[in-house]
Structure formats: C-alpha cells, structure tokens
Design a protein around this ligand. Structure first.
Ligand code: SF4
Ligand code: SF4
Length: 448
C-alpha cells in the first residue's frame, strides 16, 4: 500500500496452511487447467478454445462462432454480468479470493517463489531492512528473473487463447501476437514486482462497485468482536478471546487487520481464517475469524432467497435458457444474397427477364468432411434458377453467382418478393430478396 508519506509500504504476508488455503490451491489448479489446456486440445480440427480476432471467429468446443453470431457474444456478456451480480450478492468477493487472475497467479507462483528464494515474512523483512549486501542482491536478482520467466509464460498462455498455440510457442506467429506477449509480460511483471495489492485497492473497478451489490446478509469474512473482545490479557487464552497474537494480520496479503471490521481492501482470501483457526485450535476454542455476515453477527436470520438474489438468479436462469434455445436452433453455416452491384435486370434474347445475384456461403462446421449445399429459389413458379451446388471445407467461404430467369410474359410486377433457399445436411435457411422487372422493355435491354 501507499503510506501517508506517499511511499510504497511493502506487505510481507506470512505463509499459511489450513483448510481454506488447501481449497484455494485446488481451485487455482483447476483455473490453471482452464487457461492452459484448451489451446492445445483439438476438437473437430480446431482448438477447444481459440478467439481468432483478425478472422472474427471463435472456436469453442467444436462450435465455430463468427461475426454473425455477435448476439451470442452479447448474451455471454450479460450472463457474466448477472453471474457476477448474483454470486456477489450471495457470497461477496468470492471471485477476488478464489478466482481473480491477479490472486491466482500471485498466490500460485509469485508468493511461492518469493518464499522459496527470500524466505518467509520475517526473513524477507530482515533482509530488506539490512540494506544491500551480496546475499540480498543475488536473491533479488534470482527472484526478479523468476518473476520475469513467470510473466512471459503467463503472457504466452493468455495470447495462446487468441493465436494458434503451436505456432505461437514455436515462433511461427506474426509480430502482432508477440507484441501482445510483450505487452502482457510487461503488465504482469509490473504487477508481480511492484503493484500487487495496490491493484485491488486503487484500480480494480469490481472492488469499487461490489459494495453496491451486497447487503447485510451477504457472506463475508469477519471477526467476531462479541467473542473476541476485549482482546489480550492473561485470561484471553482461557476465555477464548483474541490473544492479540497478530497471526491474522501478518498473513494478510492486503496488509489489513480483519479485527477492524469490514474493509474495502479485503479480498476475502480466507488466509486470516486459517491463521486464527491454527491459533484457536491449539487453545481449544472456536476461531474468531470466519465466514459470516453482518446479519449473522447481529444474531439475525440469514436468508439466501432475498429480492436481489431472486432477481439476479432469475435473470441468470432466463439468460441461460434463452442462450441454449438459440444454440439449439443455430445452423453451422451462414449465407448472404446480394444483387450484383449496378445490375437491376436484363432482358435475354429468348424473352426471359434475368436477375443476377451474388450468393456467399460460409461453412462453420468443424471437422475434415466437406459439406455440400444446394441452392434453390422459392416465390416465382416456373422460374429458372441457375446456381451451382457447392461443397465447402470447414471455415471455407465462397461467393458464387445466382441467376434467376422468368418469362417476360409471366406478368410479374416491378418487384416480386422471392426467397433463396440454401439446404445443407444440418438444415436449411431462406434468405428473402426481390426479383425486379421493368414495365415495358425491349429484347436485349440491359438496365443498370
Ligand atoms: S482480511 Fe483476511 S480475508 Fe481479507 S484480505 Fe486479509 S487475509 Fe484475506
Ligand atoms: S489470529 Fe485470532 S487470536 Fe490471533 S490476533 Fe487474530 S483474531 Fe486474535
């Protein structure tokens, strides 16, 4: 944290073990798998997850989303927003303590390396107080070098979600991909070496607005002053009061004292619970720091179903149901029909009126097998349709001419609504367009 003098006040969190630390380690392990594995697992010839921004394609578990699926992207953003609202209203800053990348990477890599190279809290503090010596220099160099290696690896892992992993990790990607690797490396390195808890305290927008999403019944981590106070004194250990050992304070990565009450800096990492449990267990008493809520501390009943949780939860369920319904109806191809630019209609020498269109089809079906598409036109009985059937490989796009001819004496008006039907083994889509004629036209006339 920044001190009152404006200088950086380093936090030296002490290592801790316990039930919640173990739970968090497993959560971090699972989250690392979610980050590291999908770019390398191939499904239908594509990575399990790849967000290809230049090609405007997202490959997810064998489904290919394109720019025409932007509605799903909007649904995803809404889902994430309401999920955040819902889980925050129920369980407070669970995200910050268990799933935020900043917490996950700091706890998994950075604190472990720091303790391994420089020792635990007291050794690190002592070394930093002693000034520069050979021992301190080589440890700092080793630590910062290891932080740089971790920053590069994490930056590569993040960019692997946006660029094919094999090419990226073997040096085959373009300069843009490596520019982003350099950018993310810089950000992580800055965060690991200097910024750390200041990000939560000064920059994170979620930390700012999460208090608006919680109420007295939201789960939080708190100290029980009714059992803990007055703290210290000879009888505290016997009575089960706080013995003022400071263990919950020295393990806190945010540099705060949970006994001062709820604070915005608290990321609910539960390290202070494990600390107090380790102390109070030895004394044969219940921990004074635990998961609780303001209502529980005041002896009120805690309701899980409250107006805000019902509204957020209901919206979340509705969004999920809507998204799955849309996904079930979604076809793995897209097509557009446009009139050839500058061309309205042509009167052929054999007395037929001709309209020419450009049909664009994209096959979004993953896998090696090509997909065959048949094209027909509905809406004008007896119309001649000149369109070739087309076979497309996965992610292939092709634009082909589509000609519709109708006898001049069929008596069509100037504009007739028609539908271009594209049929694939997975389903069909009808694209509405118009067939144009003229009121009086001579054979061989071409209207632009
Ligand atoms: S007060 Fe406890 S839960 Fe909050 S950040 Fe510090 S150690 Fe984590
Ligand atoms: S760990 Fe428990 S006993 Fe020790 S200072 Fe914190 S609240 Fe008090």
């Amino acid at each position: 944290m920044l001190g009152f003098s404006g200088t950086r006040e380093w936090v030296y969190p002490q290592s801790i073990t316990g039930r919640f630390t173990t739970l968090r380690r497993w959560t971090f392990f699972a989250l690392h798998l979610i980050l590291l594995v999908p770019p390398w697992v191939m499904v239908g010839g594509h990575p399990l997850l790849l967000i290809d921004i230049p090609a405007r394609q997202v490959f997810l578990a064998g489904t290919i989303f394109t720019s025409s699926d932007s509605f799903f992207f909007l649904l995803l953003l809404l889902f994430l927003a309401f999920a955040l609202f819902f889980f925050t209203s129920l369980w407070g800053r669970l995200w910050c303590g268990y799933a935020c990348p900043q917490t996950v990477f700091l706890e998994t890599w950075i604190r472990s390396l720091e303790i391994w190279i420089e020792g635990d809290r007291s050794q690190r503090k002592r070394r930093d107080r002693q000034g520069w010596s050979f021992d301190r220099v080589w440890r700092k160099v080793a630590k910062w070098a290891s932080f740089l290696a971790v920053s590069i690896l994490l930056a590569m892992a993040i960019v692997s979600l946006f660029a094919p992993a094999r090419e990226l990790w073997t040096g085959g990607s373009g300069s843009l991909a490596y520019s982003f690797v350099a950018f993310f490396t810089f950000l992580w390195y800055l965060d690991f070496t200097w910024f750390r808890e200041q990000f939560c305290n000064f920059l994170c927008p979620y930390a700012r607005f999460q208090s608006a999403l919680t109420d007295d019944e939201t789960l939080l981590i708190g100290y029980d002053p009714a059992r803990g106070e007055p703290r210290g004194g000879k009888e505290a250990a016997v009575d089960g009061r706080c013995i003022a050992c400071q263990k919950c304070v020295v393990v806190c990565p945010q540099g705060i004292d949970i006994r001062d009450g709820f604070q915005m800096e608290c990321i609910q990492c539960a390290r202070c619970i494990d600390a107090c449990v380790s102390v109070m267990d030895r004394l044969g008493h219940r921990t004074l720091v635990e998961y609780t809520s303001l209502a529980e501390q005041e002896g009120r009943t805690v309701r899980r179903l409250r107006p805000r949780t019902v509204v957020y939860g209901g919206l979340l369920v509705a969004l999920v149901a809507f998204g799955f319904t849309l996904m079930a109806q979604r076809l793995p191809f897209e097509a557009t029909v446009n009139r050839v630019p500058g061309s309205l209609f042509t009167l052929d020498p054999d007395g037929y009126i001709r309209n020419t269109y450009l049909l664009k089809i994209t096959n979004n079906k993953p896998g090696d097998a090509p997909v065959e598409f048949q094209v027909s036109v509905e809406g004008i009985p007896g119309a001649q349709v000149l369109a070739q059937d087309v076979e497309l490989a996965s992610t292939e796009t092709r634009t082909l001419p589509l000609i519709v001819r109708v006898p001049q004496d069929q008596g069509l008006g100037r504009t007739t609504l028609i539908e271009v039907r594209i049929v694939s083994p997975d389903g069909e889509i009808d694209i509405p367009t118009t067939f144009k004629t003229g009121a009086t036209i001579d054979a061989g006339t071409h209207r632009d």
